[in-house]
Design a protein around this ligand. Structure first.
Ligand code: FAD
Length: 124
C-alpha cells in the first residue's frame, strides 16, 4: 500500500489540502465573527509560509498577494478559494474549474455517514 511507504507526493498533499480548504470554506459561516474572519485570513497567510512544499508555498504566496482573501462570508470565501485554485490549475496546465459548480463539488462535512450527528459544523 502506497500509504505505508511514508512518502507523500506533491499531488497527494495538494489533493488533501484542497479538500481541507474547500471544505473549510463550505463550512465557513455566512456571518462570521471578527475572530473567524481574522482566523481564516491568518490561516491562508500561514499557508503561504508553512505549506510543506516550498515551491508551492512561494507560488501560492504570489497568488495570494495578487488576490487578497475575502473572508467576509462563506460565499465569498468559497468564491475566492475556487479562484485561487484555478490560478494554480492554470499555472500547472490543468483545466479551469467552473466556480458555479463549487457547492456541488464541495459541501459541509458529511458526518452522518459515520452515524455522527453533532459536532460537524462550527455551530454544533
Ligand atoms: P487538484 O488540483 O488537487 O483538485 C482536487 C479536486 O478539486 C479536483 O479533482 C476537482 O474536483 C476539484 N477542483 C479543481 N479545481 C477546482 C477549483 N478551482 N475550485 C474548486 N474545486 C476544484 N503543485 C505543483 O506541482 N506546483 C505548485 O506550485 C503547487 N502549488 C500548490 C499550492 C497550493 C496552496 C495547493 C493546495 C496545492 C498546490 N499544488 C501544486 C498541488 C496541485 O494544486 C494539485 O493538488 C495536484 O497537482 C493534484 O492535482 P489533481 O489534478 O489531482 O486535482
Amino acid at each position: 500500500d502506497k500509504a505505508d511507504t511514508g512518502r507523500t507526493s506533491r499531488e497527494d498533499l495538494g489533493r488533501a489540502t484542497w479538500t481541507f480548504l474547500h471544505t473549510l470554506a463550505a463550512q465557513f459561516p455566512e456571518e462570521p465573527t471578527r475572530r473567524q474572519e481574522r482566523d481564516a485570513r491568518e490561516l491562508i497567510g500561514i499557508m503561504t509560509r508553512l505549506y510543506p512544499c516550498g515551491e508551492c508555498a512561494r507560488h501560492f504566496e504570489e497568488i495570494v498577494r495578487k488576490n487578497p482573501p475575502d473572508c467576509t462570508s462563506g460565499l465569498e470565501l468559497q468564491r475566492w478559494m475556487c479562484e485561487v485554485h484555478n490560478e494554480v490549475n492554470t499555472s500547472l496546465g490543468k483545466p479551469m474549474f467552473d466556480c458555479a459548480k463549487t457547492s456541488q463539488r464541495w459541501s459541509r462535512l458529511d458526518c452522518d455517514g459515520d452515524g455522527e450527528l453533532t459536532g460537524c459544523s462550527l455551530e454544533d
